[in-house]
Ligand binder design. Structure first.
Ligand code: ADP
Ligand code: NA
Length: 332
């Protein structure tokens, strides 16, 4: 049996969005201090699978770290570090490149979405991304990975890689990691199109709520959010065919730590002209303290770097023996 251990990561590929906060960061913080070891990462090696300006990458790495800390991650309770400072991730990823099959990678929907029509021009790294993600998780023998819904397929691939490695080498070395996809906001949608995910990696979407937005910007984006003309339905079941309304209610539920059903008992039947200001007020109340703390932390880059360096040393203490044992199993 494997000791329960939590791992997850976020790419420093742009400004953090409300989707990252509700679908990932807030949930990472909630899992901290529950008695299970928690390991959280800035996955810069994933970010460079698409072009990143070097200075921007450095800044975004610090800003994401500041976001983790401002959202409530405590580096004395969790290990918080930057992926490229722990070379065992890349080393295990190579082994996994040799375990994973091309056919498995061909089924990954994120690659298809991100590569677009011209997949021949995508980086080889973007294609191999899920094998690196499997290494991120398994180099710690992590048993649970809190993620948004968009990452479910990659965690399933991680299990496939672990199973094939264990089978091929006749060992029970890697755990079968469970994705943890819970809560009202595991897939926050764009405010201008309820059928598209809100993503930091899509700079063309001006409707997205950034964790660094001030109160006015947040309120304005929520006021302008696309909706249908009907008032909210009286019950949660009435949201089924109404993606924009459902998205706003889910955001409200996640921010207020209630179920979607409980929120609908409070706001069912109201017009959007009434509900949107309620949502804006709640979003500002929850996000403004985080964004001001992020700004404060960004004035102390040396402190951020120190926290990451300390975290990478603690991460290596776990990863290095697991990589060494993997090499031994493989015959290296
Ligand atoms: P992005 O897609 O915004 O670039 P990442 O790929 O770095 O974000 O993902 C970081 C974490 O945030 C993952 O667990 C992912 O599932 C989660 N996440 C990203 N966007 C959303 C969203 N719109 N709703 C819920 N979770 C999200
Ligand atoms: Na993503």
């Amino acid at each position: 049996a494997f000791t329960p251990r939590v791992f997850s990561g976020i790419q420093p590929s742009g400004g953090l969005t409300l989707g990252n906060y509700l679908g990932a960061m807030k949930r990472f913080v909630d899992m901290q201090g529950s008695g299970i070891e928690t390991i959280y990462c800035v996955v810069d090696m994933h970010a460079i699978t698409v072009w990143q300006d070097p200075e921007a990458l450095r800044r975004q790495t610090r800003e994401l770290t500041a976001g983790y800390l401002a959202a409530g991650l405590d580096p004395t309770k969790s290990i918080l570090f930057n992926q490229s400072q722990v070379p065992e991730h890349a080393q295990l990823a190579w082994i996994f490149n040799c375990v994973a099959r091309v056919g498995w990678m061909n089924r990954m929907t994120q690659f298809k979405d991100k590569a677009g029509k011209n997949a021949e021009k995508a980086s080889l790294g973007l294609y191999a991304y899920p094998a690196l993600m499997a290494a991120d998780i398994l180099v710690y023998h992590a048993t649970q990975v809190p993620v948004g819904e968009d990452q479910k397929q990659h965690v399933e691939l991680t299990r496939d890689i672990a199973a094939k490695f264990n089978h091929d080498y006749g060992v029970e070395f890697f755990p079968m990691t469970d994705p943890v996809i819970e809560g009202a906001a595991t897939r926050v949608m764009s405010l201008r199109d309820g059928t598209k995910k809100m993503s930091k990696s899509d700079p063309s979407d001006a409707s997205r709520i950034n964790m660094t937005d001030d109160a006015d910007a947040i309120a304005k984006k929520i006021r302008k959010a696309k909706t249908d003309p009907e008032p909210l339905p009286s019950e949660a079941t009435g949201l089924a065919e109404r993606p924009e309304a459902r998205n706003l209610v889910n955001i409200y539920a996640a921010l207020s730590e209630q179920s979607t059903e409980a929120v609908m008992r409070e706001v069912g039947g109201r017009a959007f002209s009434e509900f949107k200001p309620m949502l804006a007020e709640l979003a500002v109340e929850k996000l403004a303290p985080i964004s001001s703390e992020m700004a404060r932390l960004m004035q102390e880059p040396a402190e951020i770097d120190r926290i990451l360096k300390d975290g990478s040393e603690r991460a290596r203490d776990i990863a290095a023996p697991i990589l060494r044992k993997t090499y031994e199993i493989v015959g290296m």
